[in-house]
Design a protein around this ligand. Structure first.
Ligand SMILES: [Mg+2]
Length: 223
């Protein structure tokens, strides 16, 4: 937090899952089961093989969906409808975090590899409806997920952002690197439960925290 604390950001971009709430405490478990079922029945493979493909595509392509689209011509809407048909009620609000997010006066935008209907359901359960200025979801990315550099360039041009005055929060370091390359400040919201293939550190990332509330609190105090 010591460096760059005098920047007035115009745009704050937030990933959703495992950044604004802990998806690893139930939501991802349900989605992973549904993904396995979908892949098994649509690709006509065993559940065991489906699980291997699910993880392989996630790691290699940014999302399992992108790998399925590239390798098997899977129709995205069909996949997303199936895997997001889950119990969202287990997602609960964190009022302290919400109060801090509401204190950010500049543009606040969700930047996620999920799709809009999923994002809206999660935000509703988090009591964060109508708090963000916009949601930049996988459909707006033309299904080209983070960490594809083209998607970040499109994001910047969409909002006409001066990259040096924008900041991105994400739990996956690889998703921060293209943003850092384009000049955005980056915050790795560290999550011990994240798959070890996806975790890691990089000197190109500006800040690292295992507690988004603490980070925002300190920022607000200093600015
Ligand atoms: Mg995430």
């Amino acid at each position: 937090m010591e460096k760059n604390n005098n920047i007035n950001f115009t745009h704050w971009f937030f990933d959703l899952d495992n950044t604004l709430y802990c998806a690893n405490s139930g939501i991802f478990d349900q989605i992973h089961i549904k993904m396995g079922e979908f892949i098994s029945s649509n690709l006509n493979v065993s559940l065991k093989k489906a699980k291997i493909l699910q993880k392989k595509y996630f790691i290699e392509n940014g999302t399992t969906l992108h790998g399925l689209m590239l390798n098997h011509n899977v129709e995205p809407g069909k996949f997303l409808d199936y895997v997001h048909d889950i119990d969202f009620s287990i997602v609960k609000p964190d009022n302290e975090l919400n109060d801090l997010i509401k204190k950010i006066p500049e543009k606040k935008i969700i930047f996620t590899n999920a799709n809009i209907s999923y994002v809206e359901k999660i935000l509703k359960n988090l009591n964060l409806e109508n708090i963000f200025d916009d949601i930049y979801d996988i459909e707006r990315m033309n299904y080209l997920p983070k960490p594809n550099l083209k998607t970040y360039k499109k994001l910047i041009s969409t909002y006409q952002v001066d990259a040096n005055k924008a900041i991105l929060f994400d739990d996956i370091p690889q998703n921060l690197l293209p943003a850092a390359k384009l000049g955005l400040k980056t915050v790795h919201v560290y999550n011990k439960k994240l798959d070890k293939e996806l975790n890691g550190r990089s000197k190109k990332i500006d800040y690292m925290t295992n507690n988004l509330k603490d980070w925002l609190q300190k920022w607000i105090q200093k600015n």
